[in-house]
Design a protein around this ligand. Structure first.
Ligand code: FMN
Length: 267
């Protein structure tokens, strides 16, 4: 088992790659994990498919030049719905953290890619869509100019403080002290490190310690359902690694606030 909290801390979007192919052993490990995750379900039970393309003819054109020379791609397919996107975010992020643990670079792409190019290589059932892709490979020593520009544009190194995304009891009480999270502080830091479209970080978390519940909400953002799925994956994996495992479900008694309610973690 890889150190998942370390993978969360180390992961960052890699847009420039070496041409070097993965070793057959690495390719096998990545495909096995993608197939294993495809056979599971995210919190909303949607049929997500994680395809892996190695040595294909995916050129820089497929990502409008944002990604160069990647030796492989993940292609994330899900039902064309809010639930589908959330589960794709959840399962594909588990794959991304796993390959981060293998020392590989990735970059979520849900905007700057040509879906029709990727559709040429994969079967697509009716009602399903290619909602996101990610290159996978070895980071280049130097960034291309386009990659550097995208990194700067997304202001990816800046993250909101925990007090701006986590609340305790109700939305008027920001999370201020490390002790307040009932042992979840490190897990929350793992969520804070999660990637999101344009680094919007739309997840909002409300901790109800008395009831042992952690509620997830979404602020407005174009990629929020993928982003929320990603944040839920970070929370679940982090909690599991620290012996705080639990399950996601809808809580009819969830507090109502200024954000869109998504799901609740019960432990
Ligand atoms: C759902 C999602 C969609 C994204 N879409 C794009 C994209 O279309 N093009 C791009 O260059 N980066 C994209 N990104 C990468 C984000 O800009 C990046 O994750 C964010 O700025 C945080 O930076 P970091 O991943 O280096 O921590 C996307 C990320 C996520 C999670």
């Amino acid at each position: 088992m890889y150190d998942v909290l370390q993978a969360m801390a180390l992961r960052e979007s890699v847009r420039s790659y070496k041409e070097t192919a993965l070793t057959p052993h690495q390719q096998k490990a990545v495909i096995t994990e993608a197939n294993r995750l495809t056979a599971t379900r995210g919190p909303l039970g949607q049929p997500v498919v994680l395809h892996v393309l190695f040595g294909s003819a995916v050129t820089a054109r497929a990502t409008y030049g944002v990604i160069r020379r990647a030796p492989g791609y993940f292609v994330g397919v899900c039902p064309d719905s809010r639930e589908g996107l959330l589960d794709l975010g959840y399962l594909m992020e588990k794959l991304i953290l796993y390959v981060t643990g293998l020392g590989l670079g990735t970059c979520w792409i849900s905007g700057t890619f040509r879906a029709e190019t990727f559709r040429k290589w994969i079967p697509l059932a009716q009602g399903m869509k290619v909602a996101a892709v990610s290159p996978v490979g070895f980071r280049a020593d130097r960034r291309t100019l386009v990659a550097g520009a995208f990194k700067a544009l997304s202001r990816s190194t800046r993250r909101k403080a925990l007090k701006d995304m986590v609340f305790v009891g109700d939305f008027s009480r920001p999370y201020l002290k490390t002790g307040e999270g009932g042992g979840f502080h490190q897990v929350l830091e793992g969520v804070r490190a999660a990637p999101s479209g344009r680094n919007a970080q739309p997840w909002r978390i409300l901790m109800e310690e008395g009831r042992g519940r952690v509620h997830f909400y979404a602020a407005r953002s174009g990629t929020r359902y993928l982003d929320l799925g990603i944040a839920l994956a970070h929370f679940a994996l982090g909690a599991e690694a620290l012996g705080l495992a639990g399950e996601f479900s809808e809580d009819p008694l969830h507090p109502v606030g200024p954000y869109e309610y998504i799901l609740t973690f019960k432990h």
